[in-house]
Design a protein around this ligand. Structure first.
Ligand code: BTN
Length: 269
């Protein structure tokens, strides 16, 4: 096996990833690619789409996700979950807990989850999760969901783009290192480990088996934040994570509200 290029090795990916997989050198977005496969009737079991780089990586709330070759993991899992549409959040939150557990298992770092879908290390975002579900109105249930996970593993050689450089970081501060354990070998292993951890939760996803693993890694508990919606920005204190993964916050007036992730983002103050 050669690790001289920054690309991931098919052979190693197959060794670590316990599901059917398509490995692409470059794609616009692994989520978009996975969605385009969703209607094909021969695909009925979970399928992983993994790319070395993306030129149109997407994040929540219409944001883009920086996805340079050789620096990260960009993957989507096409899933056929037996859950109600309101429970789609369980997939995102299970992936967040799984990503933290996998990083903890392979490094000595302690990643934290910024509700609802971001992973932080040292106060900066190193990973994001985007789940996109499709509802079948005839059957009255979710026909499929695409779980996308993007992780900055190494620092990009030219640094992060201007607009994200103050908030983005990578698991390892160095740029892609040749011939060490921290090269593509690490990315292949980490991708496999995340999927392993996620699939354990996924087996019983409607029972929220990941709730306590998620809650204990939360970055924002007891913190002062700004609650940002498309039309407002309000100060609040984070009180607790509720059973449905909504976030209980308290406003300066004393009023409490359970936030659903949809259109809300939080800024740490
Ligand atoms: C976020 O930061 O809001 C979520 C980022 C999700 C990025 C991943 S990378 C793999 C998959 N393909 C995409 O286009 N997005 C997700």
């Amino acid at each position: 096996m050669s690790y001289n290029s920054t690309g991931l090795s098919d052979e190693a990916l197959k060794k670590y990833i316990p599901l059917d997989m398509i490995h692409l050198t470059e794609v616009d977005s692994t989520n978009t690619y996975a969605k385009s496969l969703a209607g094909k009737k021969e695909i009925t079991t979970p399928l992983v789409i993994l790319a070395d780089s993306q030129h149109g990586g997407r994040g929540r709330l219409g944001r883009s996700f920086f996805s340079e070759d050789g620096t990260g993991i960009y993957m989507s899992i096409l899933l056929f979950p037996e859950i109600s549409p309101s429970d789609i959040q369980h997939i995102t939150t299970a992936a967040a807990a799984a990503t933290c557990r996998a990083i903890e298992a392979l490094t000595d770092l302690s990643p934290k989850i910024k509700w609802v879908n971001d992973i932080y290390i040292g106060g900066k975002k190193i990973a994001g999760i985007l789940t996109e579900g499709s509802f079948d109105p005839v059957q009255g249930k979710i026909s499929h969901a695409v779980l996308g996970i993007g992780i900055n593993v190494f620092s990009p050689a030219r640094g992060f783009p201007e607009d994200i450089k103050s908030i983005a970081a990578s698991i390892f501060p160095e740029t892609y290192p040749e011939h060490t354990d921290h090269n593509s070998f690490f990315r292949e292993k980490l991708a496999g480990r995340i999927i392993d951890e996620f699939m354990v939760y996924y087996k019983s996803i409607s029972q929220k088996p990941h709730f306590s693993d998620y809650k204990k890694r939360m970055l924002l508990t007891s913190q002062e934040v700004s609650v940002i919606t498309p039309i407002s920005c309000t100060d609040a204190k984070v009180i607790d994570l509720l059973d449905d993964f909504s976030l209980l916050v308290e406003y300066p007036s004393g009023k409490r509200e359970a936030l659903l992730s949809g259109e809300v983002s939080l800024k740490i103050k």
